[in-house]
Ligand binder design. Structure first.
Ligand code: ADA
Length: 564
């Protein structure tokens, strides 16, 4: 029912549903200073949901208060799992502050005591006002809409008396079925039992260092995970009155001599950049929408999704594990240049959210690449140093997956050496319509890509690194057909993506291609008024309702031919 990990011995309740709601307006005080006792809740809102996606508050920026009445035994130890919110939140239990949430889209867990009584109030104040100091990770210049709401599911767990598990990590260093299990047992040490793939847990010889433990096991019949055979395993751990079930896959991902190796064999990644967004619900997606999107991506012949530009929902990644998609997960960032990157709070939160993402998603076999800071100021030392810090932080937790970063400065970046995979975003023949006498400058695509590959091959330190073309695309207004096949028509986009896919197919040096983008998505037109008709980014191969444009069949034809 819930995203992994699961806790079979705990009372776990989904708090998704209708919550009481009050809009406190654009002039509400700072989140921290809002007196909560006087709030009058006069309507209902869905959770997950965004108040500014609802017609009544469309386009508004202010504070929304969400309230839910929950029963929980007096003085019980509780754990709240919040799948993600934005732009920032203040969380209260019976009018006591539990936490501030400054990491949009990130899953966060909070432990606290229920206090006296049986009936309690959970209150989440959401602020969607942009502010350079208060919301340093989400800026209004980002090319996707910053919604206000509880983006993802909320769950409340009653923790058992005595010891309880925190997140458990599963490492499968090779393909032999050897499994290294490590984690934290709060209140431990305590005797541990473990069972794989549903078998009855048996005592294991866990090595404890304080509350953290580790042990190794050997699976008798290891089934490997791959896009063609996405086999999954589970481990159930028990200690005291608690149990946790984690799901994992056995697969390796590595870079060697300019190739990406999955289970030791070269693989080419073909797919899309995908925003977790819907025109009616913003980022508050649900199982039906996720399954539809993945069905469409499968139909297009994709094996790869770049989860742009923020941590993915755990529920969505569970689905990717099950369906065999390869995912690039990245933390939140978009075009933050050196000025933004110099801010100490921004740097601290970038590290925090990136570490949180890696720790949260560590057991998903679908996640094969870590990224951060899309299109940042990597041409300046202040930006490059942050990228290096982030890469080091990721590697200090996880050495089993390559690290990458999508640069828009492939010719000027001074940080490319910091990554295992070189990834670049490029829009020749779209933004670079320098030659205006040519209304269809498609020949600029191969020319520009040739220049990039020549640069990479000309530099010793880059020559052996795999390369992903992490964004490329052209806008098309759904339904705009044009015999001239000019800019903004579905025809131009189809011809554009045809040129890109042909180039990809004939250039093995490109190990991956993530087309920009899966579906149209809401953004702002302000800074780019002519480039964003309808205030949407219109480069989707599908429109925002997932209606296919002409390019759909073109891409499908090419990606399907790569499948065998
Ligand atoms: C950038 C950015 C994307 C999108 C794209 C575009 O490369 O990373 O989020 O804004 O450009 O459509 O221009």
């Amino acid at each position: 029912m819930y995203a992994y990990p699961q806790f079979p011995c705990r009372n776990v309740r989904s708090l998704d549903g209708f919550w009481e709601f009050a809009y406190l307006g654009a002039d509400a005080p700072q989140l921290e200073e809002i007196p909560v006792r006087t709030i009058v809740f006069d309507e209902l809102m869905a959770v997950p949901g965004c108040f500014d996606a609802a017609p009544k508050y469309a386009g508004m920026r202010g504070v929304g208060a969400y309230r839910c009445i929950v029963e929980a035994p007096a003085n019980a130890k509780l754990r709240l799992r919040l799948g993600g919110l934005g732009l920032r939140g203040r969380i209260l239990w019976d009018e006591n502050d539990i936490a501030r949430n400054e990491l949009p889209y990130s899953q966060q867990c909070y432990e606290f005591n229920a206090g006296p009584g049986l009936t309690h109030e959970l209150l989440i104040l959401i602020d969607n006002r942009f502010h350079p100091v208060d919301t340093p990770l989400f800026h209004p210049f980002y090319d996707f809409y910053g919604y206000g709401g509880i983006y993802r599911s909320v769950e409340l767990e009653t923790l058992p008396e005595g010891v309880h598990f925190e997140r458990v990590r599963i490492d499968t260093p090779d393909l032999s079925g050897r499994v290294v299990v490590s984690g934290k047992l709060s209140g431990g040490p305590a005797p541990l039992s473990a069972g794989f793939d549903g078998s009855e847990p048996e005592p294991v010889d866990g090595h404890f260092d304080g509350e953290t433990f580790t042990f190794e096991a050997q699976l008798d019949t290891p089934a490997l995970w791959s896009p063609d055979s996405p086999n999954l395993h589970t481990v159930t751990l028990q200690a005291g009155n608690d149990a946790i079930v984690e799901r994992f896959g056995i697969r390796t991902i590595a870079c060697s001599r300019g190739q990406i190796l999955l289970n030791g064999r070269p693989i080419r990644l073909a797919g899309y950049n995908r925003h977790d967004t819907h025109p009616q619900f913003g980022p508050a997606m649900n199982d039906e929408l996720w399954i539809e999107d993945l069905q469409i991506l499968r139909d297009l012949g994709c094996n790869f999704i770049r989860g742009c530009h923020y941590p993915q929902s755990q529920r969505f990644l569970d689905l990717c594990d099950q369906l065999g998609f390869l995912v690039w997960e990245e933390s939140l960032g978009w075009g933050d240049d050196a000025n933004v990157q110099a801010d100490p709070k921004f740097r601290r939160l970038q590290l925090e959210q990136t570490v949180n993402m890696v720790e949260t998603s560590i057991n998903h076999p679908s996640v094969i690449l870590w990224g951060f800071m899309n299109e940042s100021g990597d041409d300046k030392e202040v930006g490059a140093s942050l990228l290096r810090e982030l890469a080091a932080a990721v590697r200090s937790i996880d050495r089993s997956r390559p690290v990458t970063n999508a640069t828009m400065h492939i010719h000027e970046s001074i940080a490319l050496d910091a990554f295992d995979v070189i990834s670049f975003n490029h829009y020749p023949g779209w933004y670079e319509q320098g030659n205006l006498s040519d209304p269809r400058p498609l020949d600029r695509i191969p020319a520009a890509l040739d220049r990039v590959l020549a640069k990479l091959d000309g530099q010793e330190i880059l020559r052996d690194k795999p390369v992903i073309l992490s964004e490329i695309g052209a806008g098309a207004i759904y339904g705009w057909r044009d015999r001239v096949r000019g800019i903004w028509s579905e025809e131009y986009q189809a011809d554009y993506l045809d040129t890109v896919c042909r180039y990809f197919k004939s250039h093995d040096r490109l190990n991956g291609l993530a087309l920009w983008q899966f579906s149209d998505g809401r953004t702002y037109a302000a800074a780019n008024v002519l480039g964003r008709p309808r205030a949407f980014n219109n480069k989707g191969t599908l429109d925002e309702y997932r209606r296919p444009k002409l390019a759909y069949e073109v891409v499908k034809h090419h990606f399907k031919s790569l499948e065998s």
